[in-house]
Design a protein around this ligand. Structure first.
Ligand code: LLP
Length: 422
């Protein structure tokens, strides 16, 4: 095997002695590959980012909800948040107890809310009308409310989840209505939460949002916890030496805020964060095979089997993912060239990486798409009736195990009722 362009995975020792071209051959491509060592390290980074003693990291499963992944996260002592019954279900399958799950819903039916109540998980609602619905379903229960602190952040307008233009959270001006509903249904407000948006690379907006959140918290003297949300970013442009989020600096700023708040509040309550991407993104890559290389007018295209059914982020948000190149034969690339790497979906927007200058890529090469562990598999689909990929895990000792089988054509018939049977 020849390493044509492999700076980032080499530096991380991502494959731990395994040959990616051999993995691609053995398990087929496209293939999600998770590295357990890196995943565990990211869990520990966050658990240890503050000194404040009552600090809980809830892993946000929307970023990566694969069972083995959740099992590892749980074994690191993290708790979890959930957005849907499906996430609650998978977290329970992974061994999280109901007390370790925080369901943060948005505009859900009474049936869905009831599922969470019956599952015994903590529930946060994010509008006055959903609080009323919760009250009707579970009078006398404990509940949390998601507030919108009026400050947002994120890498794309689609993922900024607080501030005056977004659908999320309760406007602090509605606190009188919140109080009235709590009273009417004898609900106990045990927590408040926020999530300002996804992928910030400096902590300013996050820390600024805490003052607004703490002002709200001070109006409720019986809180057990405040959940500050997720959004901690990772550097996607690693091969260009993009700097990581300075977790130490952010941790110190958060610590100051938490100790300061506790003093004013009169006691130390639990503070939670709910990161998804920071924990999951860097622990996964996708292996993909190049099936065609061609010139189309002025542009050189590299066609591989990682369409946007496998990784949606570049098409959905214009996101950047680093691409590395491995080759089975020991043949070097003699020149660099600028190429556009595309998938196999029948849309011209199916672009994985545009205008990248890389060593020449050849048919049969194995591409390695970096930082694919967050919002990768969870956003994969069966578009074009393609099959969702397999997942493998590189254990801490370097051993490789299959954690999800590739779908089969017969899976496409699951739940389908042929006309002759309707
Ligand atoms: N908590 C709540 C309530 C959220 O809505 C989210 C993400 C998180 C926590 C975790 O955010 P994180 O730490 O992963 O940034 N698909 C997009 C990201 C969508 C984020 C949605 N909410 C992407 O691929 O960039």
């Amino acid at each position: 095997m020849k390493r044509i362009y492999t700076k980032v995975t080499d530096a991380m020792d991502f494959f731990q002695g395994n040959d990616p071209t051999a993995l691609a051959r053995q398990y087929g491509t496209p293939l999600y590959v998770c590295n357990e060592r890196i995943l565990r390290q990211r869990c520990r980074d966050l658990k240890n980012m503050v000194t404040y003693p009552k600090f809980v990291v809830d892993y946000s499963a929307k970023a990566n909800c694969s069972l083995a992944f959740l099992q590892i996260v749980r074994s690191e002592g993290l708790e979890a948040d959930a957005m849907s019954p499906g996430e609650i279900y998978m977290e329970r399958m992974a061994g999280f107890s109901p007390e370790e799950i925080f369901y943060i819903c948005n505009n859900v039916s009474a049936e869905e809310m009831q599922y969470a109540i019956d599952a015994g998980v903590r529930v946060s609602v994010d509008s006055v009308s959903q609080l009323e619905q919760f009250g009707r379903l579970a009078p006398g229960h404990e509940v949390a409310v998601r507030f919108n602190p009026g400050v947002g952040a994120g890498h794309h307008e689609k993922v900024v989840t607080a501030g005056k233009q977004t659908k999320f959270g309760v406007d602090p001006e509605d606190i009188p209505q919140v109080r009235a509903i709590l009273e009417r249904y004898d609900l106990k407000l045990v927590g408040i939460n926020q999530h300002i948006g996804s992928l910030f690379m400096t902590g300013e907006a996050f820390v600024a949002s805490l003052s607004a959140l703490f002002e709200i918290a001070k109006q409720f003297p019986d809180l057990e916890f405040v959940d500050m949300g997720g959004g901690f970013g990772i550097p996607y442009k690693k091969e260009q030496d993009e700097a990581p989020l300075d977790l130490q600096e952010l941790g110190a700023a958060i610590d100051r805020a938490l100790y300061g708040f506790s003093e004013e509040y009169g006691r130390q309550i639990t503070f939670r964060i709910e990161p998804g991407r920071y924990i999951s993104a860097e622990s996964n890559v996708i292996l993909s095979t190049v099936h065609a290389v061609k010139h189309n007018h002025d542009r050189k295209f590299v066609g591989c089997d990682c369409g946007f059914n496998v990784l949606q982020r570049p098409v959905m948000y214009g996101s950047y993912h680093g691409v590395e190149i491995f080759r089975e034969q020991d043949v070097p690339s003699e020149k660099e060239e600028t190429v556009t790497i595309v998938g196999n979906i029948c849309e011209s927007g199916d672009i994985l990486a545009k205008d990248r200058t890389l060593p020449e890529i050849r048919e049969g090469d194995t591409l390695c798409i970096l930082d694919a562990g967050a919002y990768g598999f969870t956003m994969a689909s069966n578009y074009n009736n393609r099959l969702r990929p397999a997942e493998i895990l590189i254990r801490e000792n370097g051993q490789v195990v299959l954690t999800r089988e590739r779908e089969e054509l017969t899976d496409l018939m699951r739940h389908v009722i042929p006309l002759e049977n309707v």
